[in-house]
Design a protein around this ligand. Structure first.
Ligand SMILES: *Cc1c(COP(=O)(O)O)cnc(C)c1O
Length: 412
């Protein structure tokens, strides 16, 4: 009995093909073209004996691939989540196969180089000198505010009421008081309401979540530390037509950008960048005995998101990436123009960073929203009233088709 068990275990460990390349993997890729449609209920209990990979994939494909918002559909314009270029599907697969860890140089020689190269290429657009990738701008913002607190001894955080909720989270975690400055009706920080900033970290937003507004960057330099949350709007810096909207960002102390938004990356990818990386890194680095180099930032183990981004930057080039960003900005502008032409529709403001906000006065926007195709538009609240919001993250969206659906719903 004992012997048999022993033999079974060694047999498994030597011949376990679950960790090696197999042609069955092609099936998974093929599912991206056309997923099996037959939906079989998931097992309600954790199976004792596994189904095996192929059967598991066939069972899961209709669920995973079928039960998902299609972010590349011509009417998808509701959220900040872009479709991803297929080159990142390929590199994501490679990354999963290798499972490199950016925490250890030894496990991730090229992955580290890839991240360094990506930063080298992108930092100049923001006037920053160093930084690292992390899994989202929630963490990028927290990392930057942590650096601000411990390297410049800021005592409080000042941000507008339209700042992303990650700023309030960071303030709470860092035990720093948060002063929330009222905004204008459009959602930018109301400069007239700002007091002394001498002991503060000022957070300015480039592309607010609700309305896509950009705070006044001429405030940069007045606080102990200025952080720009450019999670959404940051990539506009890579274009020629929209870069100037963020001019002044290069004077900030730190900048956060979500690559899984306007850089079209799969989650989880963001950049936190510093004007003075040696000062910042000193505040946010920990060296453990088993680490060859200090662990910089919040995350310990983290994946090779830089590989995906590098692949995209090389495949598209700066010109190709800028074209896609320009394209989504154009979609939002044309959408805004089309909406403005409708007498019954009130546009909040011309879109600055691809976010178009409007409403139909005298109509319940919550109800109206329900009549539109799912994933086309989202709701937002401005001065206690519901408005509709579209976010141009999808270069394949068709603004005419979206306008048609809005007009149709408005008529019905
Ligand atoms: C999306 C967003 C964040 C949070 O970024 P995640 O990548 O979702 O963690 C922070 N600030 C702004 C302005 C955002 O748009």
């Amino acid at each position: 009995m004992f012997l048999r068990r022993f033999i079974l275990v060694t047999y498994m460990s030597n011949k376990d093909t679950s960790f090696s390349y197999t042609d069955e993997l092609q099936e998974a890729v093929e599912c991206l073209r056309a997923a099996p449609e037959k939906l079989i209920e998931l097992p309600s209990k954790y199976p004792h004996r596994g189904l095996g990979e192929s059967a598991a994939l066939r069972l899961l494909a209709p669920h995973i691939l079928g039960d998902a918002a299609k972010l590349d559909s011509e009417r998808a314009l509701a959220h900040m989540d872009p479709p991803t270029p297929w080159i990142t599907w390929a590199t994501t697969l490679w990354n999963a196969r290798l499972n490199q860890n950016l925490l250890h140089e030894a496990t991730a020689p090229f992955a580290m180089k890839a991240e360094e190269r990506v930063l080298e290429w992108l930092l100049p657009f923001f006037g920053m000198s160093g930084g690292h990738m992390c899994s989202g701008s929630t963490l990028a913002n927290l990392t930057a505010l942590w650096a601000a607190r411990d390297s410049r001894q800021v005592r409080r955080i000042v941000a507008s009421e339209a700042a992303h909720l990650s700023i309030a989270k960071a303030a709470r975690m860092l035990s720093l008081p948060l002063e929330q400055i009222p905004t204008t009706r459009y959602g930018n920080i109301d400069i007239s309401q700002i007091g002394s900033l001498s002991d503060a970290c000022l957070v300015l937003t480039a592309g607010t979540t609700s309305t896509g507004e950009i705070d006044a960057f001429d405030l940069i330099g007045q606080a102990q530390w200025t952080h720009v949350d450019a999670a959404w709007g940051g990539p506009l810096r890579l274009t020629t037509s929209h870069a100037a909207k963020l001019s002044g960002i290069e004077k900030a102390d730190s900048v956060a950008v979500s690559a899984h938004k306007l850089l079209f990356q799969p989650k989880e990818a963001a950049l936190v960048m510093f004007a003075n990386p040696s000062l910042a890194n000193e505040a946010i680095s920990f060296g453990g005995g088993y680490l060859a180099s200090p662990n910089i930032g919040i995350q310990g183990s983290r994946g090779a998101a830089g590989v995906n981004l590098l692949a995209t930057l090389i495949a598209f080039g700066q010109y190709g990436l800028a074209q896609r960003i320009d394209r989504v900005m154009e979609i939002s502008q044309k959408l805004a123009d089309g909406l403005e032409a409708e007498s019954s529709i009130e546009l909040l403001a011309p879109p600055k960073t691809g976010v178009t906000v409007f409403r139909i006065p005298n109509l319940d926007m919550q109800k109206f929203h329900k009549t539109l195709p799912v994933g086309m538009l989202s709701l937002c609240v401005i001065e206690n009233e519901y408005w509709l919001r579209s976010v141009a993250a999808n270069p394949l969206a068709d603004e005419q088709s979206i306008l048609k659906a809005i007009r149709q719903a408005n008529r019905d």
